[in-house]
Write a protein that binds this ligand. Structure first.
Ligand code: DMJ
Length: 792
């Protein structure tokens, strides 16, 4: 959904070829027949063991939170303590999800019921009623508070009433959770007072929109505004208070009016007052994801056809413009034939699950298969990956989307492949994310380094979907098919559409279950997904059979995102070896082997050109040494998408100074005064690049250098990337990124000197030109100086 800040690798499709070239093998002999690996069936025993392992995972994380963090919003699994808003060092905008309202516990309540742990559920509900309050002077995200808190309270209320009726327990419960969700709903309502009816992104829990910090509030994301209706409709129908549903419908209607009338696509960021689009990128991932989800699920939950009609219009547009084979690539809503990004984000992994629900199974199987290959390639699905399936942003906060889709695909097809995929995901979490105090997010899937962060969705979604995947639906306490899962995996009963009060029906033991029937053997459902996956099996490494007829593919035309090109290259005997893959390619014939050699020669040429292009985007942090003040040295740096580009002979010069605290994530700096007019250095981590930049700008710094927090990283050994922001263009100072090795050199010089070190931030290519011009001048002077002697 609405994760916005990202890092983007500058390497275009072709740059990846530098690595491919080094690793390709041309062998002129006939390709052996393609081998297929049938999906292994999973025994009931193994499935039950995995269900129990998922249960253990839940308790490992839940107990760690309850024992070390509660009543905090989140557990910090590395420091093994709670994360409190205003107490724990700020991570900038990211902290808008925190309201000091015990978010992880509220978000987790209904999972306890699914696990059948009524005792702990009752205990937890009592704690929430006793401890959680909302009257805080804190600005929170409307979207996150709605999906995690309102949704969590509502589904817990529904399940508490269910247990009263069916498990003869919790008789003391009198709808307190519903009252709490109504109170919280009222605290979110001021955000809806806009001329369009589209809610502001953030609201102060106590002051509403009267908080001076919200005076300039204008922009929100499509998903943020369009992921309200399920919870607000349930709130209205359960409380009998119509205001919530009215406001949420109005927001959905206003959003619908903003679609592009030609393409039927939506952008990702908009102005809540004018209704103007701020970002016109259109995809299915960050910034828009759950808007589509809520259109479809609003139809399912509320039975209102208009939402199905809207969903279908958008869906057709997405499949026409955004979907490209199994990939989903952003386009511009007003120019849908132009791709606007060359990377995909991990949030789009929810899409196959939604496709399953809407009945479009084939593309769901395909996209899921592509994502599974990305996961196998990089251990986890990175936050963003390029069309070449290289890492664009290496973070992985243990998100649920891929497992969620795996669950829905399994429920729809009964194909054991999806159990095997779930097993792989579960074991990966156990091996790489489990720490003694819970599960820690992965800071970079390349290094496996952990982050001190366990988002509430790890318990409310990631582990819940794993548990559901390995559970036989018949063994669950509730019939999950009678519920809609909200975007945060909270359960809302389908019968809510008829509700004046909570009188929906729960499972009847003898009821007919359509899905169970579909899975009885023999069923074509079992064969279908395998048939769709098979041609994609090596989608990333490219080994599908194809006819040889046709024009030779030249290196210049080659696009690594094009599946046909990948196949053609493979047929020429060139194997693209990606992380962890060491298989060799064999040319289909001698003729194609020759073509492969020719292709490789062209590729080498292109690689040379690529480094020239790359140089144009590289930034430099240059300084002169004490020993030789005329001699400037330039260290390699990466640019950012959100700050002004330094072009031509532009540069910013100033003394370098380290931010205090170094991460620069707080509201201000201890050395703010000193930082004025200087080139500030802040370390990567704890908050987004752009929030560091805003702070640097606020204190009057001339430029910002963000230095990496991964020891040993270097631009010499890994691709440079450009830092991405959040779509706003309010950063006016140059911001560059330096890997650790390069920054280490700068820092060593800083430490050696008694005086502050003066640096220039500029384009690397300009630095080189400048140096060259200087050398030429020196040479000329030298030759002029030599002339008289010679003449003598
Ligand atoms: C969750 O909070 C929800 O699933 C949301 O819609 C998307 N992002 C996170 C998990 O990644």
């Amino acid at each position: 959904m609405s994760a916005t800040s990202s890092e983007s690798f500058m390497h275009g499709q072709r740059l990846m070829l530098i690595f491919l070239v080094a690793l390709c093998i041309v062998v002129a002999c006939v390709l052996s027949t393609e081998t297929t690996m049938p999906t292994q069936n999973m025994s009931n025993k193994e499935r039950a063991e995995l269900r129990e392992e998922a249960r253990d995972m839940f308790y490992h994380a839940y107990n760690a939170y309850m024992q070390n963090a509660y009543p905090a919003d989140e557990l910090m699994p590395l420091s093994c303590k709670g994360r409190y808003r205003g107490v724990t060092p700020s991570r900038g905008d990211m902290d808008d999800i925190l309201g000091n309202f015990s978010m992880t516990l509220v978000d987790t309540l209904d999972t306890l019921v699914l696990l059948g742990d009524f005792t702990e559920f009752e205990h937890a509900v009592k704690l929430v009623i006793r401890d959680v309050q909302f009257d805080s002077d804190i600005i929170v995200s409307v979207f996150e508070t709605n999906i995690r808190m309102v949704g969590g309270l509502l589904s817990a209320h529904i399940l508490a009433e269910y247990l009263q009726k069916h498990a003869d327990t919790m008789h003391w419960y009198k709808g307190e959770l519903l009252e709490m969700s109504r109170e919280l709903g009222y605290r979110l309502l001021p955000a809806f007072n806009t001329s369009t009816g589209i809610p502001h992104a953030r609201v102060n829990l106590r002051l509403g929109m009267k908080d001076p910090m919200l005076k300039k509030s204008r922009e929100t994301c499509t998903a943020c505004a369009g992921t309200i209706l399920l919870e607000f409709a349930a709130l209205s129908r359960l409380t009998g208070d119509p205001i919530f549903e009215v406001r949420a419908h109005a927001a959905m209607d206003a959003l619908w009016k903003l679609r592009h009338r030609g393409s039927d696509l939506m952008g990702t960021v908009l102005n809540v007052h004018s209704g103007d689009w701020v970002r016109r990128d259109s995809g299915v991932g960050a910034g828009i994801d759950s808007y589509y989800e809520y259109l479809f699920k609003s139809y399912v939950l509320l039975g209102d056809d208009k939402y199905l009609a809207r969903f279908n219009r958008h869906y057709n547009a997405v499949m026409k413009y955004v979907s490209e084979g199994p990939m989903l690539l952003d386009v511009l809503m007003h120019r849908p034939h132009a791709k606007s990004k060359n990377f995909m984000d991990s949030l789009l992994a929810f899409w196959p699950g939604l496709q399953v629900l809407s009945g479009d199974l084939k593309p769901a199987v395909q996209t899921h298969e592509m994502l599974y290959q990305v996961m196998q390639m990089h251990t986890f699905i990175p936050e963003a990956f390029t069309v070449d399936f290289q890492i664009h942003w290496g973070q992985h906060p243990l998100r649920p989307e891929f497992i969620e889709s795996t669950y829905f695909l399994y429920r729809a097809t009964g194909d054991h492949h999806y159990l095997q995929v779930g097993k792989k995901a579960l074991k990966t979490l156990q091996q790489y994310a489990k720490v003694s105090c819970g599960y820690a997010a992965v800071n970079d899937v390349r290094t496996g380094k952990h982050e001190d962060r366990m988002d509430s969705f790890v318990l409310s979604e990631t582990i819940k979907y794993l548990f559901l995947l390995f559970s036989d639906p018949q063994d669950l306490i509730i019939n999950v098919d009678e519920f809609v899962f909200t975007t945060e995996a909270h359960l809302l009963p389908l019968s809510i559409a008829q509700l004046g009060n909570a009188t929906f029906s729960f499972r009847q033991t003898d009821e007919h279950n359509v899905l169970d029937f579909m899975r009885t053997c023999p069923s074509s459902n079992r064969l279908f997904p395998e048939k769709v996956r098979k041609p994609l099996r090596n989608f990333i490494t490219g080994s599908c059979p194809r006819t040889t007829a046709g024009k030779r593919l030249s290196a210049l035309d080659f696009q690594a995102s094009n599946a046909d090109h990948l196949r053609a290259v493979y047929d020429m005997g060139i194997t693209m070896v990606s992380v962890g893959d060491r298989s060799q390619g064999k040319a289909k014939s001698h003729e194609e082997g020759e073509m492969g050699l020719q292709f490789m020669q062209e590729m080498l040429e292109l690689t040379k050109m690529q480094s020239i292009n790359q140089l144009a985007q590289l930034q430099a942090v240059a300084y002169a040494t004490d020993e030789n003040p005329q001699d400037w040295i330039a260290l390699m740096a990466g640019p950012s998408h959100f700050s002004p580009e330094l072009t031509g002979d532009q540069f910013v010069q100033g003394d370098v100074i380290l931010a205090k605290p170094l991460r620069a994530c707080d509201e201000s700096l201890e050395n703010a005064e000193e930082a004025k007019g200087k080139v500030l250095v802040a370390e990567r981590g704890d908050c987004t690049f752009v929030s560091k930049a805003r702070l640097a700008q606020k204190v009057g710094a001339a430029a910002l250098i963000v230095c990496d927090n991964v020891p040993g990283s270097s631009g010499e050994t890994q691709p440079m990337f450009a830092m991405s922001g959040d779509g706003k263009d309010d950063v006016l100072i140059p911001v560059v990124f330096m890997y650790s090795v390069e920054f280490g050199k700068l820092s060593a010089v800083m430490q050696r000197r008694k005086q502050p070190l003066r640096v220039r931030v500029m384009q690397m290519v300009e630095f080189k030109r400048w140096q060259l011009a200087k050398e030429q001048r020196q040479n000329q002077t030298a030759s002029v100086a030599q002339k008289p002697d010679k003449e003598l």
